[in-house]
Ligand binder design. Structure first.
Ligand code: ZN
Length: 327
């Protein structure tokens, strides 16, 4: 993925503070492994993908066992690391650690893996002493249709995975998957077969229903009209730089710093609007000044209603370029 440094800092993460924040604003040593990283290194399992995260100890015990930890004390039964799949912990109740070889989410389903190194116990509980690994899978609306993956080799004798995503109702989507593999064994120090070859078949599914649809949409819009597939953002004129608006003044000092900060916000907004468009949503931006302005407010609401019923994809209210009656 071609991301500039600014874009990288704006990557959204949720594992540090339990809510979406930009990487730059997250006060922790956090690393994000995304889908394209996984593809690039050709990982066939989650632990292999985790090798990308700096500062994480990823050790392969033998052909079918892994040991993963952060900040030392690694071992097959290391249990001071919290591992989550979509926010649910996956530790084994018997020893509070993770059987990594059983953590078989389909890698193509992974949206990103967030790795937080360092104490996370205050927020996540006792398991998060040395860090948090949050494996986040894709929203099922983004994986509609079918996908088939297959491969093989001398060590990875063969592997394959299949997913199918469909719509159950107008606001409910699902995805089901089936994957399997056969991995060759390793050799012991004498050069003999270590008899640790293994194979596995696994299936699973995910269903998403948009009960609170604004929370699951990019940028968490302030208002959502599901019927019109429309997301509405009420944006502050100052931070989101409402053009030609008197509320969007420029600070007198530290000009360069502020311009950088504003540009980052604008870029983030642009990405959110683009993502919504890709998901088939229309976007309306209502500027703060429009909500303050009691005289023109009824007119603004009327404009919004007309637009809602139209086919236009985007509207700003007020728009100082098309409306002469602004400030
Ligand atoms: Zn404004």
């Amino acid at each position: 993925m071609d991301l500039s440094v600014e874009d990288l800092l704006n990557v959204e993460v949720i594992s540090v503070s339990k809510k979406a924040k930009s990487l730059n604003d997250s006060p922790a040593a956090i690393y994000v492994i995304n889908q394209s990283d996984i593809k690039w290194i050709g990982a066939t399992s989650i632990p292999e993908a985790l090798r990308l995260a700096p500062g994480l100890d990823v050790a392969r015990v033998d052909a079918n066992k892994w040991a993963v930890s952060a900040r030392g004390f690694n071992g097959r039964f290391a249990n001071k690391l919290l591992v989550l799949v979509d926010g649910r912990n996956v530790y084994t109740r018997t020893f509070a650690g993770v059987y990594w070889e059983n953590l078989g989410v389909m890698l193509e389903d992974v949206e990103r893996i967030e790795v937080v190194r360092g104490p996370g116990a205050t927020l996540w509980g006792a398991n998060a002493v040395n860090g948090v690994i949050n494996i986040i899978t894709k929203y099922s609306a983004e994986t509609q249709g079918g996908l088939l993956v297959a491969g093989g080799g001398t060590e990875e004798n063969g592997f394959g995975a299949f997913w199918y995503g469909g719509e159950l109702a107008s606001d409910t989507t699902m995805r089901g998957y089936l994957k399997g593999f056969k991995k060759g064994g390793s050799t012991n120090e004498k050069g003999n077969n270590a008899h640790d070859n293994w194979d596995k078949i696994q299936g699973g599914f995910r269903i998403d229903s948009q009960l609170t649809s604004n929370k699951s949409l990019p940028g968490t819009p302030d208002i959502v009209f599901k019927k019109y597939k429309t997301a509405i953002f009420v944006q502050g004129c100052y931070w989101h730089r409402h053009e030609n608006c008197k509320l969007a003044s420029m600070p007198k000092q530290n000009n360069e710093f502020w311009i950088k900060k504003f540009n980052a916000t604008l870029r983030r907004d642009g990405i959110v609007y683009f993502k919504l468009k890709q998901l088939g949503w229309r976007v309306s931006v209502i500027w703060e000044c429009a909500t303050r302005d009691k005289v023109f407010l009824p007119g603004h609401i009327k404009t919004l209603v007309v637009w809602l019923k139209s086919e236009y994809e985007y509207i700003e209210i007020p728009d100082f370029f098309s409306e002469a009656d602004g400030f």
